[in-house]
Design a protein around this ligand. Sequence first.
Ligand SMILES: C[S@@+](CC[C@H](N)C(=O)[O-])C[C@H]1O[C@@H](n2cnc3c(N)ncnc32)[C@H](O)[C@@H]1O
Length: 298
Amino acid sequence: MTARLPLAPDTAAASSPGLIPGVSPDLYREQDFVAISRILQTDAGIVLPRAKAMLVYSRIAPLVRESGAMTFSAYIDLIRKDPVARNRTICALTTNHTFFYREAHHFEHFAREVRPGLIRNLEAGGRARLWSAGCSSGEETWSLVMTLLGEDRAAGTRLAGMDVRVLASDLADHALERAEAAIYPVTDLKAVPRELVAPWVREEAETGILGPEARRLVSFRKLNLQGEWPMRGRFDVIFCRNVMIYFDGPTKERLVARLTEQLLPGGWLYIGHSERATGPAAAMLTQTGPTTYRKRMA
Ligand SMILES: C[S@@+](CC[C@H](N)C(=O)[O-])C[C@H]1O[C@@H](n2cnc3c(N)ncnc32)[C@H](O)[C@@H]1O
């Protein structure tokens, strides 16, 4: 198998339609890329442009090798029958790029416009429900949790004792594991205002570890946004950022409709900087700022 891994660029392959330059056509062909793309789109909604053919190769070749399959085609036959191998393949093809306090204006808006109302409601005996959908390795979730708990350790600890829950979900197991571990290089936390990090993160040498008050609030779940959503309750706030960029138009519209349905009246939806809330459900949302939406009261 190892001997058959990528060969030197092959000019004949490069110029022949249906072949992928740089890889032996005995091992990985255009039709293999198409088959893997279809599986990924069916299972996860993610659309892979043709330009990603080599990326697919580099992400999947180690799994092909490990499985003992001699070609991508044999590996594709295997994942059609084996749900565990199929899940690993899907996870390996997700893009998990994220960072703390990404699109800072969302967290600033949340702190200024949303948090005070949530606190008032909690203090009156109500509850607060937040969802970080497509949380990747957790930087978004923990940025949100630190912003929710705030700068005052005593007040934040009291808040953490109230009926407040954060759901953090993703499709990719490896990303969720990192999110739940909640351990990051301190340099990664630099973008978050120091006053929000200091009360909730324990720093040991070069490592920052989210503390128990923050961790207690969050439940991590593997959840495919294209599948069933097991949650019964609705949310005050949903962050679903930089996830639907990978989906086609109808899939985006369906997702916006489902997210809107999952919001309480007056609830807030934050999406990624290059995304838009589209489709019929968008009529139920009022855009209040860049990629920031509020569900209408009725
Ligand atoms: C680029 S990351 C964005 C992370 C974070 N929300 C942010 O904005 O920094 C996209 C995440 O969406 C997840 N994802 C993609 N398709 C998904 C699906 N169908 N269901 C759930 N998560 C999905 C990927 O696994 C990945 O971790």
